[in-house]
Design a protein around this ligand. Structure first.
Ligand code: TYD
Length: 234
């Protein structure tokens, strides 16, 4: 039987590091695993990801800089959901029947936190769209790497400040928080990130969630996660 684990948290919470460490540990212990991220993981999903995370429009010209930044919130919700629908049908569903541990770096809780709490889209609407796009498939365990957005954004800023283009004044004003250069969400206001964090805190009251203080060391966090995973698979 498969186990489905989702990693959640705000920007700079260390999800990608921890999901990769967990994947490597599972493989090293002799189990089968699959590491996915959202949005993405299919060819359509990766194209949708580019639209969702780019600040600029398809032309890439300076004059269209604000194009994707001003995307309508409902459009955004539907795009995340369409990428997810592909991932569910093409990857997650077929693997749910196998003896494998599916790890997903972000899943439905990101949509509730970012589009529901962050963008203020009605939560019932968000949940209805999620149900349509996932056919009700939910993770067995959601791991929240919890860190106050003030601290997290500071941390990512200082880690990446060396990568900043010092000659570009826009880069100086908004230090890049994402090495891949897709920063549409990182550039949102601190209040947006605080609403997202609040959403996560509400959802994490559910018994299928494990909340970990993301300011702990990488090893400590990994060990807490591994303890929990062992309980699920043995
Ligand atoms: P990504 O570069 O994968 O960043 P991270 O390392 O923070 O996961 O960017 C994904 C961004 O998309 C992230 O800012 C959160 C946002 N997002 C949503 O707003 N809604 C969603 O449903 C998902 C899956 C992600």
């Amino acid at each position: 039987m498969s186990v489905f684990v989702a990693f959640e948290g705000g920007e700079g919470s260390g999800k990608s590091t921890q999901s990769k460490l967990l994947y490597e540990r599972i493989i090293a212990e002799g189990f089968s695993s699959l590491l996915l991220h959202e949005p993405g993981g299919t060819s359509v999903g990766e194209e949708v990801r580019r639209i969702l995370l780019a600040e600029r429009g398809a032309t890439g010209k300076k004059s269209s800089r604000s194009k994707n930044s001003t995307m309508n919130s409902l459009t955004e919700l539907l795009l995340f959901s369409s990428a997810r629908s592909e991932l569910i049908e093409k990857v997650i569903k077929p693997n749910l029947e196998k003896d494998t541990i599916i790890i997903c770096d972000r899943f439905i809780a990101s949509t509730i936190a970012y589009q529901g709490y962050g963008r203020n889209i009605n939560l019932d609407t968000v949940e209805n769209i999620i149900n349509v796009s996932t056919h009700g498939i939910k993770p067995d365990l959601t791991i929240l790497l919890s860190v106050d957005p003030d601290k997290a954004l500071d941390r990512v800023n200082s880690q990446l400040s060396l990568l900043d283009s010092v000659s570009n004044p826009v880069e100086k004003e908004n230090p890049r928080l994402d090495v891949e250069g897709s920063r549409r969400f990182e550039l949102e206001s601190i209040n947006f990130h605080k609403r997202v964090f609040q959403g996560y805190k509400e959802m994490s009251k559910d018994s299928s969630w494990l909340t970990i203080d993301a300011t702990k060391s990488i090893d400590e966090i990994h060990n807490l996660i591994w303890d929990k995973i062992q309980m699920l698979i043995r």
